[in-house]
Design a protein around this ligand. Structure first.
Ligand code: OAD
Length: 237
């Protein structure tokens, strides 16, 4: 009976967080190879750090929107009915948790830093006003990296997500273009295991199948309605 929700950049778009892929083919306005790979970090850590400090600072000026709030409401209602709910996000912002959810961050978190030397990780948004590297408070290593998954690295929590998919009866993807695997494959997996699949996004994602229900629109407007519909269907409104 589990319900799995997968979110992407579109769920935060109505909060003012930019989505990743531009029509110009760029990724966050940059060549992804220059800022979002382990190679880029080795080659030019100052450039990569500057890129992420701007994005980390931007977290402080955005707020969760009605889509984030609706998912908190969904989880609370399902929880009271004993229905397991899993929120998986590809987003590195912290808007789900600031709304009140505890998402599985498969691509890591901008608000968190990681030490490549000793493995320490911890929340830090205090250093965002400066381009200076932050040393590790545990081992003294000279520069912590953002705790985000770069291209060529393994996403986090894959086994936990796989377990959730195995018992999923309803799968809802919100605001993701279906370009990046493994997340883009979760819709196929859920469908092939017999789950009801709903896809919500502004533009039709590339991994949508004719048997999925595609619900176009802005997440902040459409997701609260979808959540209400889901709760109605379960007799939980
Ligand atoms: P994309 O930028 O690829 O796609 C964003 C999706 O959100 C598109 O399908 C848009 O149509 C949709 N969208 C935009 N505004 C919306 C709104 N207001 N309401 C609903 N939908 C809206 O972002 P993702 O699919 O999340 O990975 O990208 C997946 C991964 O690729 C990211 O996690 C990141 C990126 O490279 C890593 O950094 C590893």
């Amino acid at each position: 009976m589990d319900i799995v929700v997968l979110t992407g950049a579109g769920v935060s778009a109505d909060s003012g967080v930019a989505t990743f892929r531009g029509e110009d083919g760029l990724w966050e306005g940059q060549r992804m190879e220059d800022v979002a790979t382990p190679d880029a970090w080795r080659r030019d850590p100052a450039q990569v750090w500057r890129f992420y400090q701007v994005r980390r600072a931007a977290l402080l000026s955005v707020e969760p929107n009605a889509a984030h709030a609706a998912l908190v409401h969904l989880e609370a209602r399902l929880g009271r009915a004993g229905i397991p709910f899993h929120l998986v996000t590809q987003n590195v912002d912290d808007l789900h948790e600031r709304a009140g959810s505890a998402p599985i961050h498969m691509h890591g978190e901008l608000a968190q830093l990681l030490c490549e030397s000793c493995g320490w990780r911890g929340r830090d948004l205090e250093s965002v006003d400066s381009d200076a590297f932050v040393p590790c408070p545990e081992c003294g290593w000279e520069r912590l990296r953002p705790d985000v998954v770069w291209f060529g690295e393994m996403p986090y929590h894959l086994e936990r997500i796989d377990r959730a998919l195995q018992s999923c009866k309803q799968f809802l993807a919100i605001g993701t273009s279906g370009h990046v695997y493994p997340a883009a494959g979760y819709l196929d997996i859920a469908r092939s295991l017999g789950a009801v699949t709903i896809v919500q996004s502004l533009d039709e994602p590339m991994n949508v199948h004719p048997t999925d229900r595609f619900v176009p629109g802005r997440a902040a407007e459409v997701v609260p309605e979808l959540v209400q519909e889901l709760l109605d269907a379960l007799g939980l409104s």
